[in-house]
Design a protein around this ligand. Structure first.
Ligand code: IMP
Ligand code: MG
Length: 179
């Protein structure tokens, strides 16, 4: 695995330190709000597990799984494969994401959850790649771990062909690792 990594962009220590900082901010933001923290599968799993333990307020955990429609040539057509199970109407909801790239997934997730009439809906993403944002997406993340350059990154939950999610850091893949 490590041999396929060209460069470590964000070390394990940097990630953990930033998560502790975000934890303090989110703990302040959500005290007395009993938020529902919604993770978008699967990429968020590693970040979610670390982040939720730094959110030192009563909260509920939930997950969504979305994907692009299979067998379509149109990009940006998303579907819900697994919806939230908690009733979020009137609740404070925090979306946790691995990466805010073109914005297609987050825009879809945001609108989907907004339709359920939460009391508030905010976004916390580990990585933000603003240079890749699709035209017309005005949505912004409320809390960002790291802003990254326009490179394909893996590790800490992020995959290439479902691999590399278990690397403890975020790294750039060597071009020869792409088939
Ligand atoms: P979107 O383009 O913002 O809709 O991002 C869609 C999904 O693509 C993200 O949730 C990630 O799972 C994946 N993705 C985007 N950029 C990267 C990357 O650099 N590495 C790994 N996965 C990525
Ligand atoms: Mg992915």
């Amino acid at each position: 695995m490590e041999k396929d990594i060209q460069e470590i962009l964000i070390t394990e220590e940097q990630i953990q330190s930033r998560i502790r900082e975000l934890g303090e901010i989110l703990t302040e933001e959500y005290k007395d709000k009993d938020p529902v923290v919604v993770g978008v599968l699967k990429g968020v799993v590693v970040f979610y597990a670390d982040m939720i333990r730094q959110l030192k307020v009563p909260c509920q955990m939930d997950f969504m799984w979305i994907s692009s429609y299979a067998g379509t040539t149109t990009t940006g057509q998303m579907q819900v494969k697994r919806d939230v199970s908690v009733d979020i109407k009137g609740r404070h909801v925090l979306i946790l994401e691995d990466i805010f790239d073109t914005g297609t997934s987050l825009d879809f997730t945001y609108k989907h959850l907004m339709a359920k009439e939460p009391a508030s809906l905010k976004i916390c993403t580990l990585l933000d790649k603003p240079s890749r944002r699709k035209e017309g997406i005005t949505l912004q993340a409320d809390f960002v771990g790291f802003t990254v350059p326009n490179a394909f990154v893996v590790g800490y939950g992020l995959d290439y062909n479902e691999h590399y999610r278990n690397l403890p850091y975020v790294g750039v893949l060597k071009p020869e690792a792409y088939q």
